[in-house]
Design a protein around this ligand. Structure first.
Ligand code: PHE
Ligand code: FE
Length: 286
């Protein structure tokens, strides 16, 4: 059976699905919404987020008011690590997404959430995509990891085994924690761009916090509708890169194809347990 063709880009988008950011079209209200979200997270994150994140905010000049202009942001990012930020109209097909990452282009939504959506929205907006994801791209090791992930995505797609790899993205790029000499730190974009989860992920007794293990992560489903029930903790970006870039995932995919998923709140005998969560929040408590 032939593989279905990728859907065509929407009208107004280029063949690679990018669109102009149209920075001049943002209203004062749009910029003010960014400023509110930015100020709130920059109060919340010191002492919680990994140092590389705050360094990236400064290096990239993101501490200026207003929604960043992707062209100016990219100038700084290219100088730091060779990455760029490009605008897309919304979610893009997997192949398009991986192709951009593999070429050091981060695809970002250009719209910003409404004032009544400061705490939660289902689709990633420019605050999640740019504030959440871009600062760490100024870090050379993290930058290499995300490119390697894009290359791995293209390969996994060819093998027809994307679901397991998507969990690696979820539990690192979106919801990862990292050890530091001062204790656990946040680095996942889904956490750092969320006021609620940037407290919950570190402070709540509810979720499990487990040491990162590649095969284990790929067997663990995730939640898209609420705070995570399990967080995985990497030792460092260098360690994460080492454990993924130079590992051939093909035998792992073959092995995982026959393995059952692990329940989202399970703790296994081999897990390195940092926190054994109560799961009270997931069960309707605090
Ligand atoms: N080494 C992986 C493979 O063989 C590619 C990869 C690298 C995937 C980094 C994720 C992260 O497919
Ligand atoms: Fe994201």
């Amino acid at each position: 059976m032939a593989k279905p063709l990728s859907p065509q880009p929407p009208p107004g988008a280029a063949a690679d699905w990018t669109v102009p950011q149209n920075w001049a079209a943002y209203t004062p209200e749009d910029h003010a919404t960014w400023d509110i979200l930015f100020a709130r997270q920059m109060r919340q994150l010191p002492g919680r987020v990994t140092d590389e994140f705050l360094a990236g905010v400064t290096t990239l000049g993101m501490d200026q008011p207003g929604i960043p202009d992707f062209a100016r942001l990219s100038q700084r990012l290219i100088r730091a690590t060779g990455w760029q930020v490009v605008a897309v109209p919304g979610l893009v097909p997997d192949a398009v997404f991986f192709e951009h990452l593999a070429h050091r282009r981060f695809v970002a939504g250009r719209f910003i959430r409404r004032r009544d959506q400061l705490d939660y929205l289902a689709e990633p907006d420019v605050f999640h995509d740019v504030f959440g994801h871009v600062p760490l791209l100024a870090d050379p090791v993290y930058a290499d990891y995300l490119q390697a992930y894009g290359q791995g995505g293209l390969r996994a797609r060819g093998l027809g085994v994307l679901a397991h790899l998507a969990r690696l993205y979820w539990y690192t790029v979106e919801f990862g924690l990292v050890k530091s000499a001062q204790g656990l730190r946040l680095f996942g974009a889904g956490i750092v761009s969320s006021h609620g989860e940037s407290a919950f992920a570190l402070d709540s007794p509810s979720p499990n916090r487990l040491g990162f293990d590649l095969a284990r992560v790929m067997r663990t489903p995730y939640r898209i509708d609420d705070y995570q029930q399990v967080y995985f903790v990497i030792n460092s970006f260098a360690d994460l890169l080492e454990k993924t870039q130079n590992t051939d995932f093909a035998p792992l995919y073959a092995q995982l194809a026959g393995a059952a998923d692990i329940a989202i709140d399970a703790i296994l005998p081999d897990d390195a347990v940092l926190t054994r969560g109560t799961q009270a929040y997931a069960h309707g408590g605090a």
